[in-house]
Ligand binder design. Structure first.
Ligand SMILES: [Zn+2]
Length: 768
């Protein structure tokens, strides 16, 4: 949602979109928080590079120690009976790197059969200087790596890369921002209807709410005042289409942190600068009074609806309305004029019409329609509020967006981003949000990235689908009709790995940045405005022309994988497809334990409690819905088995149980993912030629489980809010490891666990 594009602290428990199920564990959630900037806890972004270096240096030290150990072991002629030792040792820096990490996080005093997570990750906290998980650190490392590649390049040969270079330069120029007089902002305010708070001769008679909203929408962002727009996907006449959701401003939906009251000080800071242009000073009393009025106005918008319910329900599009219906309901506002301000000026009339047709308004809430009480409160606010207050509100909302870049005091939480120490963090975050594909292309070109990694993902997809088919065939309870239904859906699953259209197709990328024109002489305000306007235009193009890249979907540079029920497809983001997540030189157990599992997890979502009912086109399937069929009864029994297990877990230090019902979809993704990945691994293992250094005594099967588990390593965060822990969709790292392997008999075989070991439950759950 739009809040992905604002730098504030908001409820970390917010769901990203009802139609998508994501694969993110706690560490990955932290990673996304940082990379997408919206959910970042302040403490996460203050992690200094220095600390990061300490971790890197200690890892290098461990590698060296490991190598010495190995040489000694070889010299002493130590032999292992494990068949693993017959393989050649992989000595690439990637293999050494991952081996040393696995080794250094392990706590061998913990019995893997009693607490596998504790065994694999027990010493991870010793290797981290903050509270972030392993995944977060890897993403941060990548971020800085690419940022520094961009910064040290004098000139790029392609336009997208060159625009990215100018952007990073401008973003890092704090002095330029401090000395920017903001005269262009002042001019924009003037052109768009003035600002009663500082214009003594502001003319109320000329004010038109719709005009002003349209004017500001055409300036930059895809949100204005009490409105915002978001792209979403839905099925229309059997086709997946991109549509636009017109909803309330994100500051209502997500958190109080977006509230205008939060920004009073930064707005005052900006106003002072604007007034300086005319050698004036701010009248504090007048400002406070006007600010009270706009806070009251915003409070009246907030009262309009139940915002927890306002998201569009893509499962039931019949609840949505189109723009004409909204215009009929609230004719006091010119909705068509406002929405027509979103496409770029040069857009043809025909395309603008097409765009308008693709707008959907949330029809279930009170916000726009006010049906429950039939009072049309939005219309009443628009007509009864003094025009001066409405105008002040719209301009101040615009100023807040700008202030996020200029105001570097510590007061608003996001101010921490702008402090000199974390400027690089801030700018690299923006780099990924606005230039994800150029960033990746620069990385691919300059870091000698092996595109074989992407091909390996394709192989995983085919192999994992084969294993799922095997699982369905071997299953004892599925009735023939349901079995063939599941297999048909399985066959139809497709995947996208890291946006290949853009990574390999330069013309498409060139077109995407065709209209972005940063100049070296631009002021920071001009850069900022161009950046956001370009994003808005990309959004419109995505909706109208169905371009493959959703510009608001900012997850492409986080550790992200997601299954989409309507397309029966899933995607895995590019940062997952690099070291240390995957590498062509890795042994199979590493690649299958990491990425084949991710692929298996996403396929698993197609058959989770919700998605199993939908066929390959996203349409509800009749067989599952009857109450009496035995497949359904057995499926639900097994699903409940998994849920109940999870609902009996307690995180150490917390006095409540986890919630298996909230996590049911992810539990299934993990459960099926590891089973299918392990099966595929067993077949691949027959072709295996390499092993990781330092693990001669471990079997391939053990190594598969080590690799699966160690990516979850995290430190338990005593500040983690109870509410968040209770409602998180993904199980905690500890139980994403222990809760998963305890249902896999092959795990106990691999570690030769006794019947009495703690994790070796008598009753194991098995979904299919
Ligand atoms: Zn998932």
């Amino acid at each position: 949602m739009d809040n992905q594009e604002q730098l504030v602290l908001i409820n970390p428990n917010r769901n990203q979109g009802s139609e998508q199920i994501e694969l993110v564990d706690q560490s990955q959630e932290k990673a996304s928080e940082s990379s997408e900037d919206q959910e970042a806890k302040p403490k996460k972004v203050t992690v200094s590079q220095k600390r990061f270096k300490i971790v890197v240096i200690s890892l290098i030290a461990i590698i060296i120690a490991l190598l010495i150990g190995l040489v000694l072991a070889i010299a002493l002629g130590k032999s292992s009976k494990a068949e693993n030792s017959k393989l050649e040792t992989c000595w690439t820096k990637e293999c050494m790197g991952i081996a040393s990490m696995i080794k250094s996080f392990q706590k061998t005093s913990v019995d893997p059969c009693d607490d596998f997570y504790g065994h694999v990750c027990g010493r991870y906290p010793e290797h981290t200087t903050d509270d972030s998980g392993w995944g977060h650190k890897q993403l941060q490392r990548l971020t800085y790596q690419i940022f520094s590649l961009v910064r040290k390049t004098k000139k790029f040969s392609t336009k997208p890369n060159e625009q990215l270079r100018i952007f990073t330069k401008k973003c890092m120029d704090r002095a330029g921002m401090d000395s920017d007089s903001l005269q262009y902002l002042r001019e924009d305010i003037e052109k768009r209807g003035g600002f009663p708070l500082i214009d003594p001769d502001w003319n109320e008679a000329k004010f038109d709410l719709s005009d002003m909203l349209a004017n500001y929408l055409s300036l930059n962002r895809k949100r204005m005042g009490f409105l915002s727009v978001e792209p979403f996907e839905a099925v229309q006449d059997g086709q997946i289409v991109s549509l636009l959701f017109l909803g309330p401003g994100p500051h209502f939906v997500d958190s109080i942190a977006f509230n205008v009251s939060f920004y009073k000080e930064s707005v005052a800071f900006m106003l002072e600068r604007l007034l300086q242009l005319e050698n004036r000073t701010m009248n504090t009393a007048e400002f406070s009074k006007a600010y009270e009025e706009i806070m009251d106005l915003e409070a009246s918008f907030v009262k309009l609806g139940d915002y927890s319910n306002i998201r569009i329900d893509t499962d039931d599009m019949s609840k949505t309305r189109n723009l004409s219906e909204l215009a009929k309901m609230v004719p006091e506002i010119d909705w068509f004029k406002i929405m027509r301000a979103l496409p770029r000026e040069a857009t043809s009339e025909e395309m603008k019409e097409d765009f308008i047709k693709k707008i959907r308004v949330h029809g279930g809430g009170e916000y726009f329609f006010g049906e429950e009480r039939k009072v049309r409160r939005l219309a009443r606010i628009a007509t009864k509020t003094p025009k001066k207050t409405l105008a002040n509100y719209i301009v101040i909302r615009q100023i807040i967006d700008v202030a996020l870049y200029y105001y570097d005091k510590d007061l608003p939480k996001q101010g921490k981003y702008y402090k000199k120490g974390s400027l690089q963090n801030f700018c690299s975050t923006l780099m990924f949000n606005f230039f994800p594909i150029p960033s990746m292309n620069i990385f691919i070109e300059q870091s000698e990235y092996d595109m074989e990694n992407l091909k390996m993902m394709e192989r995983f997809l085919n192999e994992l689908k084969e294993e799922y088919e095997g699982i369905f065939n071997e299953n004892q309870y599925l009735e023939p009709e349901i079995r063939s239904f599941l297999k048909k859906k399985l066959k139809g699953i497709s995947a996208r790995f890291g946006y290949p259209e853009y990574l390999e197709n330069q013309p498409l990328l060139e077109k995407m940045y065709e209209t972005l024109n940063f100049e070296e002489t631009d002021t920071p305000y001009q850069v900022y405005t161009k950046l956001w306007r370009h994003r808005t235009e990309q959004l419109v193009e995505h909706i109208v022309q169905n371009t493959p890249l959703n510009p608001v979907h900012l997850k492409m540079f986080s550790l992200y994988a997601s299954y989409n029920s309507y397309g029966n497809n899933f995607e895995v983001s590019f940062p997952y497809m690099i070291y240390p997540w995957i590498d062509v030189s890795f042994p199979f157990y590493s690649n299958y334990g990491h990425l084949a599992y991710v692929v298996g997890h996403e396929i698993g979502h197609a058959f989770d409690h919700f998605h199993r009912r939908l066929d390959e086109r996203g349409i509800e399937h009749k067989y599952w819905i009857t109450d009496t069929n035995s497949s359904k009864i057995e499926y639900e029994k097994q699903e409940k088995c998994l849920r109940d297990q999870y609902s009996n877990y307690k995180e150490p230090g917390y006095d409540f149980f986890m919630n298996g019902t909230v996590s049911r979809y992810e539990i299934i993704g993990d459960h099926m993912g590891i089973r299918a990945a392990f099966r595929a691994f067993k077949k691949a293992q027959k072709r295996e030629t390499v092993k990781l250094p330092g693990f001669d005594d471990a079997t391939g099967e053990q190594m598969f489980f080590y690799n699966y588990a160690f990516r979850q390593c995290d430190v338990s965060d005593p500040n983690f809010r109870h509410e968040h822990l209770k409602n998180r969709p993904h199980p905690t790292p500890r139980y994403r490891v222990n809760g998963v392997v305890q249902n896999i008999p092959e795990f106990f075989e691999a570690f030769q666990c006794s019947k009495n070991s703690k994790m070796n439950l008598e009753t194991k759950c098995k979904l299919f």
